[in-house]
Design a protein around this ligand. Structure first.
Ligand code: FES
Ligand code: FES
Length: 161
């Protein structure tokens, strides 16, 4: 026998990377799952699911946010930007600096790192090492790319990040 759905379904309109996307399922579904599994935007990564690693970082209304900790319903009506929408051709100053500094190792954490760095530079144009460490402390990298991340953020700030 088919299991009955107990969750109330309603249309949730999400503004993702400048496009209106409609999602109709569990309103409590974390945004991370909606982005990856429903809207086919796999650049945002699943690391821990409990708000501890930063792999799932996107921008919500311009600020860095952990998409595993925000429900689809909470994200409705807000402006969501994922790594796919940060720039048209990967030419955001943070992305360019990342390439120039060769930051990535395995790459898994890097979309979240880049989104966190881009949000930082919208708030602090020329961050100090301490600013960077504070803003980036919640973004974990198992490969230990932190020194290169810091260098790349300074380089992006020079370019007007
Ligand atoms: S997956 Fe969201 S913080 Fe780790
Ligand atoms: S580059 Fe491998 S986890 Fe960060």
């Amino acid at each position: 026998m088919e299991r009955q759905r107990t969750v109330e379904q309603k249309d949730i309109v999400l503004d993702v990377n400048g496009e209106k996307r409609t999602y109709r399922d569990d309103p409590d579904m974390p945004l991370l799952w909606v982005l990856r599994d429903v809207l086919d935007l796999p650049g945002t990564k699943y690391g821990c699911g409990i708000g501890s690693c930063g792999a799932c970082t996107v921008h919500i209304d311009g600020a860095a946010a952990r998409s595993c900790q925000v429900s689809a319903a909470e994200a409705a009506g807000k402006k969501i930007t994922t790594i796919e929408g940060l720039s048209k051709d990967g030419d955001h100053p943070v992305q360019q600096a990342w390439m120039e500094e060769g930051v990535s190792q395995c790459g898994y954490c890097q979309p979240g790192q880049i989104m966190a760095a881009a949000a930082l530079l919208t708030q602090i144009k020329k961050p100090t090492d301490a600013d960077i460490d504070k803003a980036m402390s919640g973004n974990l990298c198992r490969c230990g790319t932190y020194p290169r991340i810091r260098r790349a953020i300074h380089a992006a700030a020079q370019k007007g990040g």
